[in-house]
Design a protein around this ligand. Structure first.
Ligand SMILES: [Zn+2]
Length: 118
């Protein structure tokens, strides 16, 4: 991806377009890792927007739901790139808390050996 360009978004309704633009307005795309680094400040890092009057939602979860679809209950949105601020839907995957811990342990164990995929 060239610097300053955004990926072509899939077709969607007006609501999705608005949501995706709201995400893209608040990220800086890192050219090397292609991470979408969330820049907006909020009560906590990653807080994105009011969600239908039911409080707030973390940016990476919001991004996942906008670009990839609904998050099944009980699952976590995890980062392939280990950057909590990254909201690139291609870097996000669904897992359980156990997956999350396993992933952290695995990455920690290989940190000094195996190169990261990206
Ligand atoms: Zn990333």
């Amino acid at each position: 991806m060239k610097r300053g360009t955004y990926p072509v978004l899939g077709c969607g309704g007006k609501r999705m377009k608005t949501a995706s633009l709201r995400i893209l307005d608040n990220v800086i795309v890192r050219p090397q890792s292609r991470c979408w680094m969330w820049t907006s400040t909020g009560k906590r890092y990653g807080v994105v927007a009011p969600r239908g009057g039911h409080g707030y939602q973390l940016a990476h979860r919001f991004s996942f739901e906008t670009f990839r679809g609904q998050i099944p209950k009980g699952l976590y949105v995890l980062h392939r790139c280990d950057r909590p601020r990254c909201v690139n839907p291609n870097h996000l995957w669904l897992g359980t808390q156990a997956d999350n811990l396993r992933d952290m342990v695995a990455k920690g164990r290989h940190r000094n050996g195996t190169p990261r995929p990206h």
